[in-house]
Design a protein around this ligand. Sequence first.
Ligand code: SAH
Ligand code: SF4
Ligand code: F3S
Length: 490
Amino acid sequence: MAIVKVSSEDMKVVSSAILSLCEYFRELSAKNNRKITFYIHTYGCQLNESDSEKLHAMCLAMGLEYSKDEHADVVLFNTCAIRENAEDRLFGNLGAYKSEKISNRNMIIAVCGCMMKIEDNVSRIKNSFPYVDLVFDPQQLHKFPLLLLSSINRKKQLIEVGDVDYITDDSLVPPNRLRKFRALVPIMYGCNNFCTYCVVPNARGRERSREFQPIINEITTLAREGYKEVMLLGQNVNSYGKDAGFKETFPDLLRAISNIEGLSRVRFMTSHPKDLNREVIDIMATCKNIETHLHLPVQSGSDAILTRMNRHYNREQYLEIVRYFRSIVPNGSISTDIIVGFPGETEEDFQDTLSLVDEVKYDSAFTFQYSPRPGTEAAKYEDQIPHDVVTERFGRLLKLQNELTYESNQRLIGSLQEVLIEGESSTATNILTGRTRSNHLVNFTIPDSLKGEGEGEFDASSYEGKLCNVKITNARPYSVEGLMENLIDG
Ligand code: SAH
Ligand code: SF4
Ligand code: F3S
């Protein structure tokens, strides 16, 4: 696998493709007497969301207009390959565009993202979805305008899937941030860990850390623009800088970011237990703007399974980190990822997972049924667990974790919490939603006295990205409820 640094000269070629596309879409717009639009379907993790923010920016630069619904002239699918059901969703959705593509001759469909690094998926598009115009893998994202231009010119399906990992200076493809309350900032790409169940190292290539100063510059600008929260992204943020031999480590980066003025909250995802050291937890305990929430995927509570997963830590080492965190970050919260039914998992192994969950008392958890992924080691293991056994175990784990999540929510009743407002609740009007520093989800109301006088209709969007204090009055299974006491930043 080659690693290639993208130069500003390379990006000039991309910029000139953007100019040509601007011209092309302008003519198309004049001919049809309407705006030419784009829409992006995004699946998967925050890294994909961050990639979609870059694709969004590139589309705007080409003169396309964002479509609020999924019927558009340029439709992009930014895919995820982490589990099987992601594939079913993509192919179902692609099928639904067939008739639209026939009736709109100028329509362009492009598919990118992690699924495009799995050969079978690319072949399926070649064979069954000839109306897809362009396919490219996540490492080629910065070339999107160039690829789009070639696919338009050649009028034939273009597939650009390679084995090159590019290092791009993110400032050459600045994202169009889609949220006001949280800015996603990748600090590294790829993964070197090869957990035996996981498709990411294949899909995203080797670890490539971004340089220290450009990250600091980007976040300083974000803080000046008024962002209250940044989320640092990487598959294993604790190994930041190691691939490139930087002198700065992840704790150095966290400390530098915590000194940036105006920034209230810094989150990071994901920490790998094998690389998370006490220094990071010390920083969480002492630096005020580092959030007190640790996402620490455990995957299994059984040492035998952890070894077969190639995780490089054992149960006791994991618990030691948890105990340290709980001892010095008393109001902090811990969440995790757990896989149920990994090949060879016995009832005893599963009991180890249950007892670990009970011991840690996770505030929340993402629980997954093991899904064999093409090209991974574990998919070749012979002792795959029957589906009914997996679902039965999964049900038991979910029940336990739901109780723990509810308990964690109940502990907040009566407290005053600082909440970063994300917007209006999706399930109720006049209710705002946001998160505490410990990542608890809060739905809350604003007393009329705080709504401002004579402003007519309540406008939830004007609160997005603001900080406020909320008195917690009630706990629900997955969230807490409360009443706003005051806005913190006006
Ligand atoms: N880099 C992160 C997580 C990336 S994927 C980490 O190392 O923790 C997010 C989660 O998806 C993983 O933590 C794992 O729990 C789950 N996952 C990954 N591959 C899976 C598979 N084949 N089947 C089921 N769950 C999987
Ligand atoms: Fe996948 Fe493991 Fe890398 Fe996480 S650390 S992305 S689970 S290989
Ligand atoms: Fe999915 Fe790729 Fe993220 S496989 S979880 S979109 S890194």
